[in-house]
Each structure stands twice: as C-alpha cells, then as structure tokens.
Design a protein around this ligand. Structure first.
Ligand code: GLC
Length: 521
C-alpha cells in the first residue's frame, strides 16, 4: 500500500518534471535505456533536484583515501543550495567509529536479491549539515576490518549497489541523478540501466559515473555475471572487456554522463599511458566525459582554527607557522633549525612517483634540508624509506603510518610539499599543503597541473613536466634557493595559502553537469 502510494507520488513528480513519454531500447548495441522523446523539458526550477551519491567511503564516517574527502565535502557544498536535495549511501562498515555510529538510527530492513541469494539489508540513517546519509547494513559483508582487499569484494559491492536500488521505495526517494563513484558503485549505475529502468518509478533516473582513479576498474571472471551479480547474460556484451567483467567499463557505457576529478586527467585518460587499458572506451564515449577539479573542505583544513596544529596562523599573521615548524621538528627528533623542511604525505605506491624520489634521495639529503615522510603502502617502499631514515638520522624522519593528526602537524610544519606523481587524477594533498602555506612542488599531471602553477610564472608552487628524477631535482634546488629569500618566500606562502581550493566553483560545475545529465538520453 505504502509502496503504491510512493509509485503514484513518483509518477506525479516525474510528470511535474516535464518528462512525457519514454521508450526503451534493447538490442545488442544499446542497453535498456529509457529514451526521452521530443518535448521533454528540464525540471522546473521550483522543484528540488534530487541527487543520490553512491560511494564506498566518506568522511567523517570512514576514510582510506581521497575519495572519502570528496564524498565528505562535495555533497555538503551542494546541499547549501536550497534547490538541491542531496543524499549519500554508504556501506555500514564495522570500522565506522562508535561516535559516528551513534549518530545513526535504524530505519528498517528488507531483503535484497543477489543472483540466487536473498540477503538481509538493514538501513540506518542520519543527517549531517543538510545531507541525508543512508548506511547499508549486512554483517556478513561489512563486519570486517577495513573497507577493501577481501576475496569477495566483487560480491560485497554488488550487494551494496543492488541494495541502493532496492532501498529507494523503502526510503521514498527516487533521485533525478544517481551519482556513482568508482568501481565499487559502478554496479548501481549498471543495475539501474539494465534491470531497474524498466520499472516506472526508476525510468527517469539518470546515471552519472565519476572516476576517481582509473587504475582500479573492478575486473572479475565472466562466470560470475549471472550467479553472483545477478545480471542476465543478454547484458554480457555491456560488462565484458578484454575477456572479463569490467565494471568501470560498463558504468561508463551505460551512464548518461561520466566525469573525472580534473580537466587534465579527463584528457590524459584518453591515452594508453594513463588509461590502464580503457582508452578505447574513454575515446568512444568522450562526448559524455567532463573533468571537474575537486575542492577541499576549507573549514576543516584551516590553519586559523585547526585544533591539531601546535599553533594557529593565517595570512595576516604567520608567526604560528614558525611554531608549528619548531614543534614538529622536536616531535620528529629533528634538530630545530632554519633549513627548508621537504615533506611527503602519501600512499607508498609507485604512481606517486616514489622511484623518482629514490633516484635522487641522496642528492636531496646532501643539501642543507630536512626530509619528512608520512605514509604506508608497498612493503618495498616502506623498507626503502625506513632505511633512508636510519641512514640520515637527524635529517630525515620517516613515519610509516596513516595518522590524521600527525599529517596536519606536518602540513603546517613543513616548508615544501613534494608530490611528484606519475599520474594523479586530482590529488588533494597539494591543496591542503597550499592552504597551510606549505609550498607544493609537483609533477605537471592531472589535477596537480590544474591546481599548481610555477613560481617563475607568478604561480603558487614549483612544477616540473617530465618523469625525470633530475628535472625534479633541478626544481627542488630552485625551491631551496627561493626559500633563502625570506621576503619573496613569505609572499609565495601567502599566494599559496590564498589560492581558492574551496568547493564553490566546482560545486557549480557539478550542478551544471547534473542538468546536462538530466537532459541527456
Ligand atoms: C583518488 C585519486 C586522487 C583524487 C581522489 C579524490 O584517490 O587518486 O588523485 O584526489 O581520488 O577524487
């Protein structure tokens, strides 16, 4: 009865949005998309646009990387616009901290079909800064440490994605745009466009898929298509790529629009060098692709108020930054002296350009500098940097850890922030460092290219173009020299700290993209 009411309401709201008739096509070249017919209009301005974010992590609930920062801040930036109703669905991992967990309340439960299984799905909810969050509960899938890295991740995120579609009547919310992020949420777009769009209440929902990193595509053996993912074999052509299931490929193909997290990365992923095998799919769909640079949560990353800092400061009064540096040096057992501190806060994986650092680490450390590293990752890199730290005791501080509090102390205490990524879809650390008046030194790729401009040309940091350790070293020397001129360095710090990395501009670009997605067919 309640569901019937809901369906009626949705149909009414669809009519209000101006859409009239739809047609569904289904042949070997096209998926079961509802197609708009002539006369379809944009939603009227008087109605709220309903956006449902689907993602595998979001601050402040659960975070393993940059995705969590974006899903933690973009929805809230959008929700400031009274014309938008923004909601987010996440898995209810057991690692969500108790203080966050306590904020949620139980809405109810249902059973979600997954191949031949019917799985329990509890739904929890809470509201934070104008955004409604839903959490999908199933202890079999999510009562495990961490978020990823299990043999059955494909099944876990298939269950999550399928649950997103199943809970819509339950929560009484049919979004205008289902905004899915990375491969873990790809199946939500795929289920929508293959199976659910035939239901009247789902037919007007448009899908937008955002790639945060094309390296992780969600590849599985073709045998599990029907059994585990529950997708009829007639859609095999949509999911198959290179002899296996490729969830990212299918989400790109079947979403009305797809995006990535910087304009330069949007160009780069059309090439074999960056696309990890998906370049042909990207090029084929390039008319649907948009690159929007991420912002950061400038309220959370504010040196004037950040409680993790040894002292607060702002561009009007930078004295606190010197305190941050001295106290950080003490904390990390580095001599307290006025030499440039070069910092890296990074996952220790190859695409972060760590081989470049390895090649010239000794040259860097022979200069009158200090080097601070914070991060975890591949064992080989961890061991290499630990050894470097031992050999350059008192000059290099190597911290193999993931520590939010320490990261903020380093962002504020360092002078130069090194980020020589081989590829970087957007990168947030260079923006956070900037905000703390720590000068980024980056390779010109992806979002690094879009956010940091060279000092020599009046920019906010230091940059080098090719993947060459000696080009990087040359620019490091340039930065060390620039540091010696206190007055111009102070100006550079102010320039970096006042560069606008808020979500203001990017949130507007997302709104335009939602409208474009709604208009697409
Ligand atoms: C991924 C990317 C990173 C980006 C983040 C948020 O972690 O590797 O570059 O900033 O997603 O979009």
């Amino acid at each position: 009865m309640a569901e019937k009411k809901q369906i009626k309401a949705t149909l009414k709201s669809s009519t209000r949005t101006g859409a009239k008739k739809i047609a569904t096509v289904m042949d070997s070249n096209a998926t079961a998309f509802p197609l708009k017919t002539e006369g379809d209009n944009l939603p009227t301005v008087s109605e709220k646009r309903k956006i449902l974010f689907v993602a595998s992590e979001a601050r402040p609930f659960i975070a393993t990387g940059g995705l969590a920062d974006v899903i933690g801040s973009l929805p809230q930036a959008l929700a400031k616009d009274p014309q938008y109703d923004i909601r987010v669905v996440l898995p209810l991992y057991s690692d969500i901290k108790p203080e966050q967990r306590r904020k949620t309340s139980f809405l109810g439960n249902l059973y979600v079909p997954l191949g031949w299984r019917n799985q329990y799905c509890g739904v929890f909810t809470c509201v934070e800064n104008g955004v409604t969050y839903y959490f999908i509960d199933n202890e079999y899938y999510f009562k495990r440490p961490g978020c990823y890295g299990y043999y059955d991740d494909g099944e876990r995120f298939a269950f999550f994605s399928r649950s997103v579609l199943e809970i819509l009547p339950f929560i009484g919310f049919y979004p205008d745009v289902l905004h899915c992020h990375d491969w873990q949420a790809a199946l939500a777009a795929i289920y929508l466009k293959t199976m659910y769009c035939k239901r009247p209440e789902y037919q007007y929902i448009r899908a937008l898929f955002t790639i945060h990193n094309i390296e992780y595509q969600g590849k599985y053996s073709l045998d599990i298509l029907e059994d585990l993912f529950g997708i009829p074999s007639e859609y095999k052509y949509l999911l198959e790529y290179d002899g296996c299931i490729n969830l990212m490929k299918a989400a790109i193909e079947c979403s009305e629009r797809f995006s990535t997290v910087s304009p330069t990365y949007a160009k780069e992923i059309k090439t074999a060098q960056y696309a990890h095998g998906l370049q042909d799919i990207i090029c084929k769909n390039e008319a649907k692709l948009v690159g929007i640079l991420n912002g950061i949560d400038v309220a959370s990353y504010d040196p004037a108020t950040d409680k993790a800092l040894f002292a607060n400061y702002s561009t009007e009064n930078m004295q606190g930054k010197a305190v941050c540096k001295t106290e950080m040096q003490k904390m990390l057992s580095l001599p307290v002296k006025d030499v440039p501190v070069i910092a890296m806060i990074t996952r220790l994986v190859s695409h972060k350009g760590l081989e470049l650092v390895q090649m010239v680490a000794e040259d860097i450390l022979h200069e009158d500098v200090q080097f601070v590293l914070l991060g975890t990752g591949d064992v080989a890199f961890e061991e290499y940097f630990k050894d470097l730290g031992r050999r350059y005791e008192g000059k290099a501080s190597v911290n193999i850890a993931f520590n939010n509090d320490l990261s903020r102390k380093i962002y504020s205490g360092a002078d130069i922030f090194l980020m020589p990524s081989i590829s970087e879809p957007c990168g947030l650390s260079q923006m956070i460092a900037s905000r703390y008046a720590t000068i980024p030194l980056v390779r010109e790729t992806g979002g690094l290219y879009d956010s940091i401009k060279p000092y020599g040309a009046g920019g906010n940091g230091f940059t080098f173009a090719s993947c060459n350790a000696y080009d990087m070293l040359y620019v490091i020397h340039e930065a060390i020299d620039a540091y010696k001129n206190k007055e111009s360095w102070e100006n550079l710090m102010k320039k970096a700290a006042t560069t606008d990395f808020s979500w203001l501009k990017s949130a507007e670009e997302y709104k335009a993209l939602y409208i474009d997605t709604l208009n697409a067919f």
